[in-house]
Design a protein around this ligand. Structure first.
Ligand code: ADP
Ligand code: ADP
Length: 230
């Protein structure tokens, strides 16, 4: 069963820009798909149509077989993890409370949410005993991105959207984060859309790679096939 389906999706912005043009894409449950291509080819727009930060001009986006057009965007966003290049953490909340925010909003008890948050911090490579009580400005860039990933996983969302999550850290740290993310994904098996303009990153992380041209997917295949293509 596909978890995410783009069915002839087109997005035209009010100024006339056709950012996404008749896009069709199917992502299986538990699959990590990287969206790769040059700047401006529609990757971010595609991703934002999954959590209704953007709405398609035509076509449908289906989540687990259901057209998300009928879903309340706020609830939808709580069910879909979202990690961007510079994650916005709450500056006056500790790392632990930042991570536990959404479950608490969803009505989970604070103690249980914090216990789970500590497990997730461990999973993303941050010792909760050391980092749980720190504030965001006491972390390195790489550590903040790790907290962003832990926080996105806290509501146990079926789908995770990642938009250049490791794009703003230096190359050594990035490789570190990529490796940790692969280990994490092997454990949690989320359905992931991962935007990057770095083909190496796309190949390294993706079960399949969607190679974007102007507003379209030009190739959708495994890393080996994409690399082998002329
Ligand atoms: P990518 O993520 O591949 O860099 P985007 O989805 O951000 O591409 O952008 C695709 C196209 O849509 C670009 O031409 C961009 O300038 C345009 N675009 C993106 N957001 C908007 C917007 N809010 N209004 C108008 N045009 C936009
Ligand atoms: P990472 O590989 O996670 O990005 P860095 O190499 O940037 O980590 O940082 C190395 C160490 O320096 C980390 O253990 C981190 O705790 C510490 N550190 C970085 N920035 C700060 C800061 N602003 N305040 C306190 N400690 C910091």
């Amino acid at each position: 069963m596909n978890m995410l389906l783009f069915d002839h999706v087109t997005k035209r912005y009010p100024d006339g820009t056709r950012a996404v043009d008749d896009l069709c894409l199917e992502v299986a449950e538990g699959e990590l798909v990287t969206l790769v291509g040059p700047s401006g080819c529609g990757k971010t727009t595609t991703m934002k149509m999954v959590n209704r930060l953007e709405v398609p001009t035509s076509g449908r986006v289906l989540l687990n077989g259901e057209d998300i057009a009928g879903h309340d965007p706020v609830r939808l966003r709580r069910r879909i993890g979202y990690v961007i290049q510079q994650v916005g953490l709450f500056p006056h909340k500790t790392v632990l409370d930042n991570t536990a925010t959404v479950p608490v909003l969803l009505g989970e008890r604070r103690t249980a949410a914090r216990r789970r948050a500590a497990e997730l911090l461990e999973l993303v490579g941050l010792d909760p005993a050391v980092y749980g009580g720190r504030y965001p400005d006491q972390l390195s860039g790489g550590q903040r991105q790790r907290v962003g990933v832990a926080r996105a996983l806290a509501a146990d969302p079926p789908v995770l959207l990642m938009d250049e999550p490791f794009g703003a850290v230096d190359p050594v740290v990035r490789e570190h984060l990529q490796n940790e993310f692969l280990r994490l994904q092997a454990e949690v098996r989320k359905t992931v859309l991962f935007v990057t303009h770095d083909i190496e990153e796309a190949v390294r992380l993706g079960d399949r790679i969607a190679v974007f041209g102007q507003g379209r997917v030009e190739q959708f295949d495994t890393p080996a096939t994409v690399l082998g293509a002329p």
